[in-house]
Design a protein around this ligand. Structure first.
Ligand code: MLT
Length: 265
């Protein structure tokens, strides 16, 4: 289904149950289908919402400039359009950057948060340069080489060897996005500001999840979130890479379900 948010179409799925909504924000450079195992797991009992971020999947780009801050504003406008005052929100990686940014400015809109395979740091000079080099390479050569490099880093070695259907599905998802969406998000991530200094002000319950073999946002970055966020718990998923919700969906879902059960009931 789709809904207009600030005049632009957003593609989303909503299980429409009468419970506190749980909204999932996908990582870079995917679409809402990267949350399918969580949507399927929760949809019979919870109100679950997954959406394509602006420019990704079937959602229109933002009308104005895309930054992590404007994507956080967009999340709030999306909630407004759905008449959702408060939700539990879960963000993976770039989805977590968006969530932490929104948390800093719109904390009252969140009942609880889930931060999966993410971090609060801004890019240092070297990381930002890598992103701008990737933008140039994509503009010159297209998405194929970038996608292969990304997949190698995103999945654990084990998943690359044994979970080939999932890897193939994510390859298709990445390649179905436009080069423009991907380069726009790379620039937004390179220019994002840190959110570490605001972590101690988070008062809602927070669940932090990270794949033990996450190379893109390693466990130490999740441990830092856990140290700084007062009311937080952490779960490290053994043998999972950056896409821990896909590689080990049962483990991810169990932990998520325990966490939300305490909040919803
Ligand atoms: C993501 O999965 O959203 C990205 O890998 C995050 C990043 O590149 O910093």
């Amino acid at each position: 289904m789709s809904i207009k948010v600030s005049g632009q179409n957003v593609n989303y799925s909503d299980s429409r149950k009468h419970t506190l909504p749980i909204i999932f924000i996908h990582g870079f450079p995917f679409n809402k289908s990267s949350w399918d195992p969580q949507y399927e797991f929760l949809k019979e009992t919870q109100r679950v919402i997954i959406y394509d971020l602006p420019g990704f999947g079937k959602s229109a780009e933002l009308a104005g400039e895309t930054s992590i801050s404007s994507l956080a504003d967009h999340l709030i406008h999306f909630m407004d359009s759905l008449k959702i005052e408060k939700a539990i929100v879960c963000g993976l990686s770039m989805g977590g950057y968006i969530l932490l940014n929104a948390m800093e400015r719109y904390g009252e809109r969140f009942e609880a948060i889930v931060l999966a395979d993410t971090q609060c740091l801004a890019d240092n000079e070297e990381a930002a340069k890598k992103r701008f080099d990737a933008i140039k390479a994509i503009q010159e050569n297209g998405l194929t080489e970038f996608t292969e490099g990304f997949l190698k880093n995103a999945f654990s070695k084990n998943a690359q060897e044994t979970q080939t259907i999932i890897v193939e599905r994510i390859r298709t998802v990445i390649l179905s996005n436009s080069s423009l969406a991907i380069t726009t998000a790379l620039k937004a991530m390179a220019e994002r500001k840190e959110t570490c200094s605001a972590l101690e002000k988070i008062t809602v319950p927070a669940l932090i999840i990270c794949g033990e073999e996450d190379k893109l946002t390693p466990v130490s970055l999740s441990e830092f979130l856990f140290d700084q966020i007062p009311n937080s718990e952490i779960h490290i998923i053994p043998e999972a890479g950056h896409l821990s919700n896909l590689e080990k969906s049962d483990d991810f879902n169990d932990r998520l379900f325990n966490f939300i059960s305490d909040i919803i009931i």
